[in-house]
Design a protein around this ligand. Structure first.
Ligand code: B12
Length: 286
């Protein structure tokens, strides 16, 4: 149990008092402590994050029951016991374009948080899809089928969420030339599940159209995602157009391209890990 916090220490690092932590645990199952042989509660990193997320949602005006459901599972969320599917099951259904993939993902999201389904299932599956496609083991059609189903599932996860309560709109888009948008859809979903209002604009929009929309909707942060070199050609112009349309707005950049390349001047380089990136965007949005 090394590295696990006792309840008093958890209260200190999260600002939530021990009595409230115990109430949340008994009513909503958040946090879920491990126990020492003597029966003392101990909390690992995931539980600490869940308590922090609960607190952020409560501060934004959600009820504890709503916050707990957003932190733990889908909304309103079926409640399945155990893990209902393996990664291989989901991967084969996705590449066959079989809609049953969606219900398997739903079932997983009943057993773990939506964020965990995304990080532990969807991201590795899509990477593997890319590798198999690059090796000629999967056709373009199979790759497209998987992307379309994943996009549909990600989009469906915001349906039925309680309305966003935080002030400050966040926009997400890819620059001209970039059609990879699933990573961005994931960040949009994570943010939305933190009570943020998100305008997911999508991919490959001409810079002037994107800037016009940003000027009209007036987000406090815009996140741009770049995966491929082709999208860097008009990146600086796109950023300049956004600046002109909405002076003072934070522009966050992320995606595979920025793992090895510097962020354009005046932008904020977001962590490549989407959970951390969403937390960073939250701090930029104030
Ligand atoms: C699906 C897919 C497509 C789909 C995209 C559909 C869609 N709606 O997004 C389509 C069919 C459009 C496509 C097209 C192409 N693709 Co493609 N594609 C993929 C594939 C299989 C999955 C991408 C994906 O969604 N991954 C899952 C996401 C969630 O993971 P990720 O992109 O790695 O992002 C992670 C982080 O970087 C971060 N992140 C992502 N975005 C953001 C944004 C922010 C703000 C932040 C903070 C973090 C963040 O979060 C993710 C999770 O950790 C990848 C394989 C792979 N390894 O990813 C190839 C891949 C990216 N494609 C590739 C290629 C070559 C192409 C094409 C050029 C093919 C062609 N000849 O036409 C075109 C380019 C189109 C264009 N102009 O953009 C190559 C890129 C190689 C390179 N480095 O340049 C890859 C790696 C495949 C391969 N193994 O060769 N593709």
């Amino acid at each position: 149990m090394t590295g696990r916090l006792a309840i008093g220490r958890l209260a200190e690092v999260t600002g939530v008092d021990p009595a409230t932590l115990r109430t949340w645990e008994s009513r909503y199952g958040v946090p879920e402590p491990e126990r020492t042989p003597g029966g003392q509660r101990r909390y690992g990193p995931e539980q600490i994050e869940k308590v922090r997320a609960m607190k952020r949602l409560l501060d934004a005006g959600y009820r504890a029951s709503e916050a707990a459901r957003m932190v733990t599972s889908t909304w309103p969320g079926p409640d399945f016991g155990g893990l209902p599917a393996s990664r291989d099951d989901v991967a084969s259904l996705l590449t066959e374009g079989d809609f049953d993939a969606l219900s398997l993902l739903d079932r997983l999201a009943g057993a773990m948080s939506v964020e965990d389904v995304v990080i532990d299932f969807v991201v590795p599956i899509m990477r593997e899809v890319g590798e198999r496609w690059a090796r000629g083991q999967l056709s373009v059609a199979e790759e497209h089928a998987a992307s379309a189903l994943v996009g549909t599932w990600l989009g469906a996860q915001t349906r039925g969420l309680p309305p966003p309560l935080r002030p400050g709109l966040v926009a997400t888009a890819t620059p001209p030339g970039e059609r990879h948008e699933l990573g961005l859809q994931m960040i949009s979903l994570f943010l939305r599940r933190q009570g943020v209002e998100v305008l997911h604009i999508g991919s490959d929009l001409p810079a002037e159209d994107l800037a016009a929309l940003i000027g009209q909707k007036r987000p406090v942060v815009t996140c741009l995602s770049v995966s491929t070199e082709g999208a860097t050609r008009e990146l600086n112009e796109t950023i300049a157009a956004l600046r002109a349309a909405r002076p003072g707005m934070s522009i966050g950049v992320g995606g595979p391209w920025f793992v090895e390349h510097p962020a354009p001047e005046g932008t904020v380089l977001l962590p490549n890990d989407i959970r951390s990136a969403a937390a960073h965007v939250l701090s930029l949005a104030g």
